[in-house]
Design a protein. Structure first.
Length: 119
């Protein structure tokens, strides 16, 4: 019985291998697929590196702020009052800094990697 089953399977495999496949893959499919996967991983890696750099910058800013708040200032009310008066400038400067860092670390790196791969 097992020999008969093996013979039937061998006949099916032989028949499948003798006929051309019904579905054809276009030329360059694997190259396009590899390029697409590579772009995905590059984008993911670039964003992860940017996130790490932002977290490091925020951590350093937090440490500096804590040290400045407890050591350098005699009266913390002056610091809070100054921040309340100048909050628009602080938010504007932080936004500009963030977008410059994002453009430098993410967009330009991604665009230059893509231009090298097409050359």
């Amino acid at each position: 019985m097992e020999k008969n089953l093996n013979a039937e399977l061998d006949a099916l495999i032989e028949e499948a291998l003798c006929q051309p496949p019904e579905i054809s893959v276009p030329d360059g499919f694997t190259d396009r697929m590899i390029a697409s996967v590579a772009r995905h991983f590059i984008w993911k890696e670039t964003l992860r590196d940017f996130l790490y750099k932002c977290l490091i910058a925020l951590g350093a800013l937090a440490v500096f702020s804590i040290i400045f708040f407890f050591v350098a200032i005699q009266s913390p009310d002056i610091l809070v009052a100054t921040f309340k008066e100048q909050w628009k400038f602080v938010v504007f400067a932080a936004s500009i800094g963030f977008f410059v860092l994002f453009t430098d670390q993410v967009l330009l790196r991604y665009l230059f990697r893509n231009s090298r791969s097409f050359a």
